[in-house]
Design a protein around this ligand. Structure first.
Ligand SMILES: [Ca+2]
Ligand SMILES: [Ca+2]
Length: 135
């Protein structure tokens, strides 16, 4: 796995390999972190910008650790059963729960950098892991 990079006091791994949402969750846990849970506009944008820079300033698509799999429309963090404190849904259009099957959140390269969509959890995209210490 890639090195842990410091951003605003936490540490992140950027993985540009297509996996499902739950594969991303377990891979981050196995490396001692969690799937990234952006809790401020500053962190959300800084993480998106760093991943974009890694990709030569293309926009990335990647899972974030937020799901409404238990109760439709109630988005919670994967790591703790709390309603999300911050969101960056693409305004007025997302979360759409399209076809009734979109329960996993991601940053989508279709949108301006850093905006979120809800997608089907079995889609394959990259992911970002987060933890609060470098090792
Ligand atoms: Ca949903
Ligand atoms: Ca959607």
């Amino acid at each position: 796995m890639a090195v842990w990079e410091e951003i605003l006091g936490n540490y992140y791994q950027f993985v540009n390999q297509p996996v499902t949402f739950w594969e991303a969750v377990t891979t981050c846990q196995a490396s001692g972190g969690k799937l990234v849970e952006p809790k401020s506009v500053e962190v959300n944008q800084a993480v998106a910008e760093r991943f974009s820079a890694m990709l030569g300033y293309q926009k990335p698509s990647y899972w974030i650790g937020i799901t409404d799999i238990e109760h439709e429309g109630e988005f919670r963090y994967v790591s703790e059963p709390l309603a999300i404190q911050f969101h960056s849904w693409f305004v007025q259009y997302e979360p759409s729960n399209s076809d009734g099957v979109e329960h996993c959140a991601h940053v989508w390269d279709l949108f301006d950098l850093g905006f979120w969509n809800d997608a089907i959890c079995s889609a394959h995209i990259g992911f970002v892991c987060e933890r609060n210490s470098p090792c």
